[in-house]
Design a protein around this ligand. Structure first.
Ligand code: FEO
Ligand code: CA
Ligand code: CA
Ligand code: CA
Length: 656
């Protein structure tokens, strides 16, 4: 969800599952063949070996170098269309309201489904997602985030509201709560290539903004997390604004809580630092669920808790701490529908966009990279204290480790600054404990002098090189004089993609090199702005979703793209590229994007977000969030529905 979308909101068993590990090994061997071998990759990491050297090697092996074969599709600002290259087809999977759980009622096209119905149906505004294979590419679990809601959720013209614009109907508020969170969906692919949802599968699950969750890690039990619901500060209810996501090598899903300030309100004149620094104010996005507090059916403050004003004598008499139980990474085991999601406080509290791992090696620590999506906020990583054991129990790995924030130097180097209360005098001066540091992660990063970025969104890791890519979606409030080397454009309307290489190819390293991979721009913009030389085949703005498929193809998705040559309000899109490598010398590389091509264009009004492929690369999943018009019915009368789009080749071959 982009800021403009927020404004436009209408009234509104951790059981050993070998598949992913096998897949990882497959990835490495496959890409070694395609791109010249893992040994070469490691030994030439900073030597600028680049694609051409690898290609030559590959050809000598008799294996064609990896190359995008599709023809770039034209950009569009037309309504109700999906565009894919010639030879590709699209199908719609699991739009908002699709019956998911056993016995779930049918979707009602007039918005009349109740809160209880919604709790059994697919949520809305699909976003980040991950495919967990059960039987390889044929059958698996697709876990999909439902970031936020809009007025299309409700019957009539939107929800019922009072004169202040706050909701008045209890069932509508509960429906709103139940449309958030995530869906775990079993899907199967038939012999004809079509993918379908297994309605009523025992794996299917809805997690909502009301689902009971545990809180673990260093901040669990801290005084700032104690609430009337959990006087011990170890439990809470629900997750909201799950935008990008992450996955772990031990096959769990990481939901990330982004714009939590949209849901809570405070009337305090001087809210505490942990409330104010997250941007919580008197209005939020206008959800104002606390407006129906006091209803006879209310269960233990289920509505009141969204108002964090200090009205009582202590934290057990009001909901002042409720927002401190949001803004975390939430670990979910998709294979066990009875499992309790866990909020992992060691990974910090911020407006978490994504949480993807860096390079994963058995027997080594794992790093998770995390953007905090707001203007001038920071890029973080969490490094586990324990080594990953591919054959062992990795439960609770995310409760122990070190949280770092990035500081970029102008010369193309940088360092990771630990948010470590016990070993930093400045943090010891400004905070009272490690728990306090974690609840106030943004403020702690301020103290350390982290580098303010142009809205850090998703990250992804090149599975061969280990290089980590981060989208910086845009920042038009960066003024002349506020530029820094990694964010070099004032009024950065179109955003850019930055990448880092950890020193020694070690995800636990505390220093790195970096460069800017590509700058978004209209093709016709002045070369001083169109630094990457984009043309009609690849002009884009506001990069957001980003994902490497296991072959090494990088996919880039856009959110609310700024004006391009094909429209002032261009439809969002997805591009692909096979990157050249970071050379360790130049921080701006116009040569990286030679192959960058547009693969997909969504319908008007939407955001293109979330991408996965089956392990055989024959089925791709992409989410369409907040479409306009009457998409996907395209009949001019139906209300629009967010949905997953399945993309595949007509001839059944690999997508490339
Ligand atoms: Fe929900 Fe950062 O976009
Ligand atoms: Ca989004
Ligand atoms: Ca965005
Ligand atoms: Ca996003």
């Amino acid at each position: 969800m982009d800021r403009q979308s927020q404004k436009g909101r209408e009234r509104l068993s951790r059981s050993a599952s070998p598949h992913l590990n096998e897949l990882l090994e497959h990835q490495v061997s496959r890409r070694s063949a395609l791109r010249g071998g893992l040994g070469l990759a490691s030994s030439t990491f900073f030597a600028g070996a680049g694609v051409s050297a690898l290609s030559a090697c590959s050809e000598s092996d008799g294996v064609a170098p990896l190359e995008l074969k599709f023809q770039s599709v034209a950009g569009s600002d037309a309504p109700d269309l999906l565009r894919v290259p010639a030879g590709y087809i699209t199908e719609i999977l699991a739009p908002w309201g699709t019956p998911l759980l056993s016995g779930a009622p049918a979707y009602a096209g007039d918005g009349s489904n109740t809160a209880a119905d919604q709790a059994q149906q697919v949520g809305t505004n699909h976003d980040g997602m991950h495919y967990f294979p059960i039987e390889g590419s044929r059958r698996g679990l697709l876990v999909v985030n439902h970031e936020y809601t809009n007025g299309t959720l409700f019957a009539g013209d939107g929800r019922q509201e009072d004169a202040t614009g706050a909701p008045t109907d209890v069932d509508e508020v509960r429906k709103d709560i139940n449309a958030h969170g995530l869906s775990v969906m079993e899907i199967v692919r038939g012999d004809d290539g079509r993918v379908s949802l297994v309605a009523g599968s025992p794996f299917n699950r809805r997690i909502t903004a009301a689902t009971p969750m545990a809180i673990s890690g260093p901040a669990a039990g801290d005084a700032k997390l104690r609430t009337p619901f959990s006087p011990t500060g170890t439990r809470t209810r629900g997750t909201v604004n799950n935008c990008a996501y992450g996955s772990t090598p031990w096959n769990t899903y990481l939901a990330c809580e982004e714009n939590i300030q949209g849901y809570f309100i405070t009337n305090d004149a001087n809210p505490p630092r942990e409330t104010a620094r997250m941007g919580i104010n008197a209005d939020g996005f206008g959800y104002k669920w606390s407006n129906v507090a006091g209803d006879a059916s209310e269960d233990n403050g289920e509505f009141a808790r969204w108002n964090v004003s200090q009205t009582g004598a202590s934290a057990l008499d009001d909901w002042r701490n409720e927002a401190n139980t949001f803004g975390w990474i939430v670990e979910v085991d998709p294979t066990d529908p009875t499992s309790t999601p866990v909020k992992r406080t060691a990974m910090g509290r911020m407006r978490h966009e994504g949480c993807q791992p860096g390079r994963v090696r058995n027997g080594e620590k794992v790093a998770f990279y995390m953007g905090d999506d707001a203007r001038f906020e920071y890029f973080y990583k969490f490094v586990t204290a324990d080594a990953y054991n591919a054959n062992g129990n990795n439960a609770d790995m995310l409760d122990r480790g070190t949280l770092y924030v990035a500081q970029f130097n102008a010369d193309g180097t940088g360092q990771w600054l630990p948010l470590d209360y016990a070993n930093n005098a400045a943090l010891a001066n400004d905070f009272s404990s490690q728990a306090d540091v974690l609840v106030n992660t943004r403020s702690a990063a301020d103290t350390l002098g982290a580098t303010p970025m142009d809205r850090p969104e998703w990250s992804t890791t090149d599975p061969l090189t280990g290089e980590v890519y981060l989208t910086l979606t845009n920042n038009t409030r960066r003024e002349a004089g506020q530029e820094n080397a990694p964010n070099p454009r004032a009024s950065n309307s179109h955003g850019h993609v930055i990448r880092i290489a950890e020193n020694g190819d070690d995800p636990a390293a505390t220093s790195f090199t970096w460069d800017i991979f590509v700058f978004g721009s209209a093709a016709s913009a002045d070369p001083s702005f169109n630094i990457s030389g984009l043309d009609a085949n690849n002009e884009f703005g506001s990069p957001d979703g980003i994902w490497f498929d296991p072959r090494g193809v990088l996919w880039i998705q856009t959110d609310n793209g700024a004006p391009l040559d094909y429209g002032d309000d261009p439809n969002d899109q997805m591009l692909a590229v096979i990157p050249a490598r970071l050379d360790g010398e130049r921080v701006i590389r116009p040569d990286n994007q030679a192959q960058l091509k547009r693969f997909f264009v969504g319908p008007a009004g939407c955001e293109v977000t979330g991408i996965q492929m089956t392990p055989d690369y024959k089925t791709m999943f992409v989410n369409i969030q907040h479409p306009g018009g009457s998409w996907p019915a395209n009949d001019g009368v139906s209300r629009p529905r967010s949905a997953t789009v399945v993309i595949r080749r007509e001839d059944g071959d690999e997508i490339l």
